[in-house]
Structure formats: C-alpha cells, structure tokens
Design a protein around this ligand. Sequence first.
Ligand code: NAP
Length: 293
Amino acid sequence: MNITIVGPGAIGSLWASYLHDAGHKISLWSRHKDDTLTIQRDSYPALSLANNDTQALKSADVILVTLKAPLVSSVLHQIKPHIDVDAIIILMHNGMGTAESVMTLMPENPLVLATTTHGAYRPSATQVLHTGQGQTLLGAVNDKALQCSFLAEVFHHALSDVAWHANIRQALWNKLAVNCAINPLTAIHQVRNGELARSEFRAQLDAIIDEVCHVMEAEEIAVDKAKLTVLIDQVIHSTSNNFSSMEQDIAHQRSSEIDFITGYLLQCASNHGIDVPTNQALYKAIKQIEQSW
Ligand SMILES: NC(=O)c1ccc[n+]([C@@H]2O[C@H](COP(=O)([O-])OP(=O)(O)OC[C@H]3O[C@@H](n4cnc5c(N)ncnc54)[C@H](OP(=O)(O)O)[C@@H]3O)[C@@H](O)[C@H]2O)c1
C-alpha cells in the first residue's frame, strides 16, 4: 500500500520502518523542508524516505497521523488539499477529542482511531529505538471506516500485535482513564510512574478514578471501578521505572497533551453536568506550570 506518515517522530518513525520492511511504499510528512529523511531503527540499516512529497500524499491509500494530539487538526487542515477523499485516515496518539474535528474537516474520508502500547524513543533526528513491545488496536470512527478492518492484518504483518476493535471508544476511554490517573500526577510531582504506588497518592488516585468512572458511565462506556483501579495499579507497577509522556513534556518545557487527556474528561463531565473537582485541580496545576514558562 502507499502509506504516508504525518508527524514522523518516535512512534511515526517506528511504524514507518516496520511498514517499509513489510513491503509498503512509505513517504513522510514532517515540518522539515528536506526532500528525503533518514530513519534508522535500532541497529538495522538506515532508510531514506521521501518527505513532503505532495504527489506521494495524493496517492496515499492510508495516512497514518502520529502527531501529538494538539497538532492534529491544524496540520490536517494545511494538507487537506493534497489528500484524496478515499484515503483512509488513521489517528494514533494519546488522548481523545481530535476525531470530532477531523470528521468535520474531512467528512468524506474513512476515519480510523488507533491506540498503541509499543514504546519508541528518538535519541537523534535520524534514529529510533523500539524500547518496548506492545499491542495496537484499530477501530472505525465513521461508517466509511467500517470496511477498513483489513488494516489490522496489514499492520499486524508489519508490527504485531494488532487487532481490530469493534468499539474503539471503549478501548480509548480505558486508556484515557489510565492517562488521567498517571500523567498529571507524575508531571506535577516530576516522578517516575512507580512513585504513585506510595501511600500518599492513594486517596488522590481513588478520587481521580471515581470521577472518571462517573463520566464514563454518563458516556455509556462500560466501566467497573474495582477493575479499573486494579488496571491502573498494574500499569503503575509494570511501568514503574518509566517517566510518563506528560512528565517528560513538562520536564522539557514542551506543551503537554493535557487538553486531550484530563481536558477531554472535563469537557465530557461538563456536558453531563458532573462535578470532577480532583481532575479539575490537576488540569489547572498543569496549565499553571505551562503558563509559567
Ligand atoms: N513514543 C512512544 O513510545 C509512544 C507510545 C504510545 C503513544 N504515543 C503517543 O503518540 C503520539 C506521538 O508521540 P511521539 O513520542 O512519537 O512524539 P514525537 O516524537 O514528538 O512525534 C511527533 C512528531 O510530529 C512532528 N511535527 C510537529 N509539528 C509538525 C508539523 N507541523 N507537520 C508535521 N510534523 C510535525 C514532530 O516534529 P519534530 O521532530 O521536528 O519535533 C515530531 O517528529 C503522542 O500522542 C504520544 O503520546 C507515543
């Protein structure tokens, strides 16, 4: 397939490399002006891939968007004139809330959402390290994407495990719940995920989870508070040495994805008239840090 990766950072470069090795024709769309970009995954030979080639973008069967959530709408708005109406758009990022604006912007295109637990790290502009094996879920957002379940096999062949999820909102909400619990707290306190297992964080974690459950119920997303608590504790434990992406963004004074994680939760809570004071306070604290720079 002809696949263009928009936003070839850590996770985009990882997929570019694996999809290329699986035999697909890969081009990149970055904010750099070079005609080609180099990607070297782990210790494999470096690849040279076309960059910002409007012809390649026009002929793309699939456009895999691996930008951070806050950039998705503006970048797709810029490149929309070069995108075929039949091209399948896949959004792969943390957080929620971009699909609504992309559907308004590109109502004709099949729209797929993806979530992945693979780990990727870019030590330099040309290198990407595959730091952790994971699972990727894909699922349809609009009716046109219902016929795109074949993509799970295409992506699985390149970098397993990949599955098609009949209710991708459920999977994304579960991930959002984990992110709401771990990301703001680790970013505010500048600690590794494992530090949240300390007893001083228990009451706050319970309050976050309680509020998230109320909002999920109002959104008609199946949720069990006890199971969600166990899941979040498991993630804290299994990723105890990791820094969350929000911790890293705040540590490097980059704007975080808070608007698409806790911010999305607050928006949904407000739509249903639900009070979420603990999450509201965490959102405010992250915004205050970002505004202090
Ligand atoms: N990395 C992981 O292990 C991982 C795992 C699961 C999920 N995720 C999620 O995946 C998303 C991407 O994460 P990431 O770690 O890959 O971030 P990243 O390395 O910052 O990648 C984002 C890329 O978008 C590029 N970009 C910025 N503005 C652009 C523009 N106007 N046009 C085209 N490209 C532009 C950036 O360019 P520059 O390189 O020039 O800044 C960067 O290469 C996030 O939502 C993250 O939470 C990441």
